[in-house]
Design a protein around this ligand. Sequence first.
Ligand code: ZN
Length: 452
Amino acid sequence: MASGLHFSHALLPCGWQRDVRLTIADGRIARVDTGVPPAPADDRHAIGLPGLGNLHSHAFQRGMAGLAERRGSGDDSFWTWREVMYRFLERMGPDDLVAIAALAYAEMLETGFTRVGEFHYLHHDPAGHAYANPAQMAAAIADAAAQTGIGLTLLPVFYAHGGFGGAEANAGQRRFLNSLDSFAHLRDHAATALTALPDAVLGLAPHSLRAATPAELSALAAMAGPAPIHIHIAEQTREVDDCLAWSGARPVEWLLNHAEVDARWCLVHATHMTPAETKALARSGAVAGLCPITEANLGDGLFPALDFAAAGGSRGVGSDSNVMIDASEELRLYEYGQRLAHRGRNMLAAAPGQSTGAALFAASVAGGATALGVPGGIAVGNSADLISLNADHPALIARDGDAWIDGWIFAAGRSGVDCVWRHGVRVVSQGRHHARDKIVARYCTTLSRLLE
Ligand code: ZN
């Protein structure tokens, strides 16, 4: 049955419109009318925006958020963080993953992320053996998506090696490992796990150039067909050095020369690129998957955002390690990193007078949707994935249009979000997910046991 949703103002692909009425049927936008009054039964709100895709998440890492903030001996780096992560994983089973992922997904929805790209590599049991259903952990992710309502683009990860050139994996990686054959089998079972979700997408992800050989990468690209292909790349300078030692080329350079990288691809991080690599990546049509909070937390470095934008590159944001989940904070930090590096303001607005918040948001909605294999924006046929802003928030008072987005991103943060709809269902009201209390209680029980 169709229902009506009315916004006093909403951001459509053609810009801000007044008195926007959406007719929603079977979770999708069946009609968009502008300049019309609400019908009596309509759900009425002030400011409507399209939902934002979160293009990169490892949901289980929500459970270790804040646990790696104590200084270690010697140089504390990404690689020492990774050791904490491996230890945290030693006990986590499918039910634990459901509990942790459900909190992560509820929090994503509360901040305006309506679809998640789950870069899922925790496949096997703690001993490193496949579960009876090899996609048991993928099914746990699908279960958490169903409980919270978030849209899911599942990216089962292929991980076979511990370093460039097919180096052997270490014991901490035993839960991630597959051959091409066992991975194809796992992915078939993952497809079955997604059938209960209304509009799930199944892609795949070679973990990194460290974890897959060139021959395996070619096989994976063929296996993906038209579906999204995501890969971690050039996140750390050590990875760049190791890639140069192995191949004579830098990671992004190597990938662009050896794979048919196009809009199906999402290159996650792509932090360390030369100007030539930056231009070539922008030209490829691939999406750069930026995770500003995690990249800051791990001390990765800064993405060459200005050169990439000048070359017309496509990009979106992801919450990656989920150390803090907040869509507005990802966008704000992306801009602030550039301000600090270049000692200027409004770095990512394209033209004089343009709103930085609106530019960040529009580019991230478009790039996020591309990377997650769905159309984005408020348009007929698209899933009804929507955000309303809190028009009474002090940071949003006495302004309109793009200034609302600036107020949300730069001044209010997550408290600027009022309601969120996913596939036509309102799952967040007044900034709270409808199942928050139950999800938090279960998460607390799970964490207490995992960390005891
Ligand atoms: Zn990641």
